[in-house]
Design a protein around this ligand. Structure first.
Ligand SMILES: Cc1cc2nc3c(=O)[nH]c(=O)nc-3n(C[C@H](O)[C@H](O)[C@H](O)COP(=O)(O)O)c2cc1C
Length: 340
């Protein structure tokens, strides 16, 4: 595919994400956590730190894969990485396929490592059908702490120019996981990972899964808007809600680090994610929206308020640290209860 088509597509993804209207449910609304009015804690002693990819991060949040490859993406990556550095949280770049062949585009990804410095956690990103050499190269570009490999059959099938053959991906993942020393995170892009898929991944050695369920960015809608040949609006609700996907993947093994993403917007989503099995959350669409609407300042205010409210809610669950938060009892109701 020509480089320019990829560049246009990157721009269109952002444009159509901002114009998208479908709103599926994450089902976090069906997770209930009890309020503790005698927490016996001081807000100042709430410790939000956690370990991720062998480094300590200040909050259990990462800025998830969004973009790279164009000048506009470079500006976005610069601002987002400033936020990641400021809050000491990890950041993943968008798909680096473009950077494998187009050297000029690499700067738009490298900027993230430049801003975040050696101590920051920077995560590379490619499609799960990438070769081992491509994976190593993408990681080298960023001096990455790990790589995300995305599974996106729903997105590809709605794309006019997308892939149609998804055979051999699991074997490819096994080969990469066995031959890359740093952590390999398998992620969806907004349609969720089922228990069945999580088991298949676990059995080939995957120990990091980003569920990326429905309830946030909807790539069937985004690609549908780019596709003038067919109308896919009747399948906008396809996929596994994020809360359900998280509970399903958590059942597979305690030995999987689970990233909760897909529709994470509020501190409540984050607290609930950790209570039901998540280790960290990933945010893409919501922070991008704040950034595009009001630049760095608005995105920074969003993150400042979010991190403050995480501490507030941790106190109100009686949790002094992330370990205690993860042990908080919860109940499920409604659709989520029916589905599990
Ligand atoms: C504009 C945009 C571009 C994205 N590009 C990528 C990508 O290149 N690679 C990838 O793995 N995920 C990509 N994603 C998916 C996100 O990483 C995430 O899995 C998904 O958007 C669900 O999270 P959200 O609801 O917080 O946006 C993109 C998301 C958005 C909004």
């Amino acid at each position: 595919m020509k480089k320019d088509i990829r560049k246009d597509r990157k721009k269109e993804h952002i444009e159509y994400y901002l114009k998208s209207i479908s709103r599926n449910k994450t089902l976090f609304e069906d997770v209930y956590i009890e309020h503790i009015s005698l927490p016996e804690l001081n807000l100042d002693e709430i410790d939000t730190r956690t370990r991720f990819l062998d480094k300590i991060v200040e909050y259990p949040i990462m800025i998830n894969a969004i973009t790279g490859g164009t000048e506009f993406s470079q500006e976005i990556n610069r601002d987002l990485s400033k936020i990641a550095k400021r809050y000491n949280i990890p950041m993943a770049v968008g798909s680096q396929t473009i950077a494998l062949k187009d050297k000029e585009s690499q700067e738009s990804f490298r900027i993230v490592r430049k801003v975040m410095g050696k101590e920051g956690i920077v995560i590379a990103n490619l499609n799960a059908n990438a070769s081992l050499d491509e994976v190593k190269y993408a990681m080298d570009i960023l001096d990455a702490d790990g790589i995300q490999l995305h599974l996106n059959p729903a997105q590809e099938l709605v794309m006019k120019e997308g892939d149609r053959d998804f055979r051999g991906v699991l074997d490819n993942i096994q080969n990469i996981v066995s031959n890359v020393e740093k952590p390999v995170i398998i992620k969806e892009v907004g349609f969720g990972i089922s228990e069945k898929v999580a088991k298949l991944l676990y059995n080939v050695g995957v120990r990091y899964i980003d569920v990326s369920g429905i309830g946030g960015t909807n790539f069937i809608e985004i690609e549908d808007k780019r596709n003038d040949k067919m109308d896919f609006s009747d399948i906008y609700s396809w996929g596994i809600p994020t809360a359900l996907s998280l509970i399903q993947c958590h059942r597979v093994s305690e030995d999987i680090t689970l990233i909760s993403s897909g529709g994470i917007r509020t501190s409540m989503d984050i607290i609930k994610s950790l209570c039901i099995g998540g280790d960290l959350v990933g945010i893409s669409g919501e922070i991008l929206k704040h950034l595009i609407e009001g630049g760095y300042d608005k995105a920074n205010k969003y993150m400042r308020d979010l991190t403050y409210k995480i501490r507030v809610l941790m106190l109100l669950t009686g949790s002094k640290n992330i370990e205690e938060l993860k042990k908080t009892p919860y109940k499920v109701k409604g659709d989520l209860k029916d589905l599990i």
